[in-house]
Design a protein around this ligand. Sequence first.
Ligand code: GMT
Length: 366
Amino acid sequence: MNIIIVCYPTYGGSGVLATELGHKLAQLGHKIHFVAYKKPVRLKLTDDKVLFHKVNVPFYPLFNFQPYELALSSKIVEISESNPIDLIHVHYAIPHAYAAFMAKEMLKTKNINLPIVTTLHGTDITLVGKHPFYRRAVKFSIQNSDIVTSVSQSLKQDTIDFFKIDKEIEVIPNFIDVNRFKLKNENCKQNNRIIISHVSNFRPVKNIRTLLNILLKINNENLFFNMIGEGPELDLAQDFVKQNNINNIKFHGNSDEIEEILCSTDIFLLPSKRESFGLSALEAMASKCALVTSNRGGLPELNIENETGFLVDVNDEDKYVEKITDLISDKSKLEKFKHESFKRAQLFDIELIVPLYNELYYKLLK
Ligand code: GMT
């Protein structure tokens, strides 16, 4: 098949997931045309079945907002005119599903059919998508996709509840390449301190203030903290750490060494206000970390209470502290959770999940 994949090119989970999916689909024999405003961070173009098409949006001073959707739909049409495209798979509904619909309509006038698969990732529904300024267009784009998938049961339910749509939504969870993590785990540096890590885009939805208060409460010289990622509340976090003399901490920024950092981590902390899935938590599980997360969104589908870690009410700082302290003081529990985490991560292995997308494509084209 010839497949167009549209995604965000940044370090966010939806872009990472879309990129890994495209690589694997190419290995399965499909030709993948990635479309984004810049090359996705994890995209490798060494496979000649993987191509990248950049969407250029020329600056014009009349526009307060440059029309990205227009350029994107034009690019999709351009690619479909010169390649025998079988389907388009868009990741994150806004504005990708909308642009795909426009491209489909334009292509109809040239007698080209372009089936649309839309994967909902999270805030495209729970935060941005349901905003009154966007929701009609988002609902329309979902209704008019040929197939809609969601990365968790919780996100599927949120979509049905917010948009009152009657469209079938297939749940296909996010995935990781367990083997890649296994290799890193085997060659991982040992540490004599307990390492607690957090990975996110430091947006308010990640509950950074609560995270910092937890770190302050548990802080002692036997612990080390890793903060990975960049975003709007990173400055605030770095400031907080300075003000409160938390010295046993490292901010890694957007890192290409997540697997190395996670493999030496004991506890992964993710107190998100919303989290449709939590791809970073899955990466932590594959790296044998115990999880202490909020109980929001899809996190309970990943983190099993008292088995792979603990689930805590989103802002209950004392409970997070209690659970982390419990794990630090009970080494056998910590080891058991780490082991169970890795075991559970294998259910989300790339080899098991990507075939579900592949089957869906064939079903769509039947
Ligand atoms: O909405 C975001 O935070 C961005 C988005 C992304 O592009 O990374 O994250 C969402 O999609 C990820 C991949 O499916 C999920 O693992 C994240 O849980 C989800 N984020 C939220 O729901 C907050």
